[in-house]
Design a protein around this ligand. Structure first.
Ligand code: SAM
Length: 315
């Protein structure tokens, strides 16, 4: 783990990098990855009509607030209608929910536990605080926060996906976490939550799945108390180019195979690898946090930038 703050790419450098073909990819990354220059994606979608069938899952109220995104967006490397993305993400997490924890350990060789521990250490969580873990899934962070805030404190584990939330609920109840509530909520609106209600917000490996990330950041700012902090733990952009090639090899070949063998679902793990490449890089995400109103934003690269923890405050 390191605390380096790399010199980020200029926009031009980003574009050049995204056009390079890794020897481990069957085709070039779509233009704009991993910094998401929307123009070229939108252009691609104008050329190719989107006809794909999408699944229909019940999503919580407020799902579909995607006003900062155009008519089309990305789902992994595919261009999809913006209104369809949440359904496609829901399909992924319904499919993997029961095998999610074991897959996390296998895919990361257990290192995701260290990344999460690092984020928890940066959270400065204290007894009696109110914590919201957004896109909290099976509850790794919420479980620790439940202990840290103690009986006077309160933790909300929220997720858009019932299957993930159900796994989290039974895990945390089995662990005796009595100060945790489980709430179905879309990160884009955080509709169930009042303004200025949490001391600490976390979103761990969730933001890259959200269609309208700007809307999500604005909602996070709204529900955070003045003086509170937001922590975003997410895959990011490796800082060392030769390492990126190895990482590509691993993620585009090994992950779908593991997904097939363990969860009988290679497509969802292909989406995982692709969605990571489409996520904003470290500096872009920091800028998005600042645009949403967060102050004193910074980030820490972990494992050479494979993952980064971003932190921002509402002052
Ligand atoms: N936070 C957990 C962790 O670190 O292990 C789970 C992360 S899992 C990779 C991503 C989670 O994001 C899934 O549980 C998924 O349902 C949730 N998610 C995706 N889109 C969301 C949205 N718009 N609002 C809230 N949760 C969302």
């Amino acid at each position: 783990m390191s605390n380096e703050h790399p010199t980020p790419n200029t926009p031009n450098e980003s574009t050049q990098n995204s056009n390079k073909v890794s020897p481990f990819l069957t085709s070039p990354l779509p233009e704009g990855t991993p910094q998401g220059q929307q123009t070229s994606l939108n252009q691609a979608s104008q050329d190719t009509p989107i006809t794909e069938q999408v699944p229909h899952y019940n999503l919580p109220r407020g799902a579909g607030k995607t006003g900062n995104v155009g008519d089309t967006t990305h789902f992994g490397f595919k261009t999809v209608r913006t209104e369809d993305k949440a359904q496609k993400v829901a399909e992924v997490f319904h499919s993997v929910a029961s095998k999610y924890d074991i897959m996390n350990d296998l895919m990361s060789f257990g290192i995701h536990r260290l990344w999460k521990r690092f984020a928890i250490n940066m959270s400065g969580v204290r007894r009696g605080q109110h914590v919201l873990d957004i896109a909290g899934g099976t509850g790794d962070l919420a479980k620790v926060f439940s202990r840290e805030v103690g009986p006077q404190g309160h933790v909300v584990l929220s997720d858009i996906n019932e299957s993930m939330l159900n796994v989290g609920r039974s895990r945390l109840l089995d662990a005796g976490c009595t100060n945790v509530d489980f709430v179905l909520a879309n990160a884009e609106t955080l509709e169930p939550f009042a303004d200025n209600s949490f001391d600490l917000l976390t979103i761990s490996f969730g933001l890259r799945n959200v269609t309208d990330k700007d809307a999500a950041l604005e909602s996070m700012y709204r529900v955070l108390k003045p003086g509170g902090r937001l922590l975003i733990l997410e895959f990011s952009k490796p800082v060392f180019e030769p390492f990126s090639k190895l990482y590509d090899l691993y993620s585009f070949t090994a992950l779908p195979i593991m997904g097939k063998l363990v969860a009988n679902d290679s497509e969802s793990y292909k989406y995982l690898a692709e969605s990571i490449r489409m996520h904003p890089d470290q500096r872009t995400l920091k800028g998005m946090m600042e645009k949403a109103g967060f102050q004193n934003c910074d980030y820490h690269n972990l494992t050479g930038g494979i993952v980064a923890v971003h932190r921002g405050f509402k002052l």
